[in-house]
Write a protein that binds this ligand. Sequence first.
Ligand code: MG
Length: 355
Amino acid sequence: MVITDIQFEVRSFRFEEPMKIAFATIVDMQTCIIRVLTDAGITGYGEAAPFSYVTGDNLETVISVGTEMKKALIGVDPRALGKVHRIMDSMYAGNTAVKAGIDIACYDISAKAAGVPLYRFLGGDEPHVHSDVTIGIDEPARMAEAAKSWVDKGFDIIKVKLGEDIGTDAERIRAIRERVGENITIRIDANQGWSVKDTVRISRVLDGLGVGLIEQPVPAHDFEGLAEIKRKSDVLIAADKSCHSAFDAARLAAMRAVDVVNIKLMKCGGIYNALKIAAVCEAAGIPNMIGCMGESTLGNLAGMHLAAATDNIREVDLDSVYILKQEDIYGGYDHEGGCVTLWDAPGIGCIVKGE
Ligand code: MG
């Protein structure tokens, strides 16, 4: 089986509510759906959701770089994932969203060719994942109401975006904890918004409020800062933007800089590279979380299959399926609150309208 064509199509998705995080307010998302066609008649679907300041690409470059990669990938077996990545990496550094989109489509083809759901193709046995849901930055009382409404819908893990002044940030968590009660897991994402000193100071308050994890409190490059926070804080510290690759994971592990590493397919260039990060982290005794950056159902489902198949991915933050309005890509999973069951269909399993 060989690749005969790769097609790129931009689609728009709107958030149910605008999402405010430490460095941006996001109203809608455009992503690129990628189709990889083969001479065996199997079509694979992938998605590139570029965030230029994280992934180094944008929708225009996804299409222009992707079109260059297509020329080199026609005639290659899509199941030869190592070769597919060697070719892409030999042409362009970075550009991890387009690489992830092609990678996901090639894994979709591989699982379809094997006649199994992707999580089984990746070595998994159970089709279940348990995801959190994210609350954007807002007034403390409004955030508490938002958290309560998710809890009422059956979600029991809430991820809260923070990263402004630590006084207001602490108030936000106090308000949320009061509103949702003791039994809901709360984790924080500060999106690089705090200093080392601020993080150490607020972590004591957050620990008292039962917060389990603080993600990316300080700028991505500050590995020493993460290590200092980890030494001084009782709350688990996670790297997100500090880790794009297995090499970053190895450095973070060697420096004992974090307790958890957040993998994102768009950030690392797809499932093939995510598995390498997970292997490095597992060897270092560091569990993984898996997150998303505004992918539609398709990209999220690829992450859910990976999470279901990978023991070291213990925490799941794949919630854009719950906060995006989507009509043209759907299905592939059922859920009660954050508890997801993947469909027993070959490949990724979602339905792309009109295909
Ligand atoms: Mg994050």
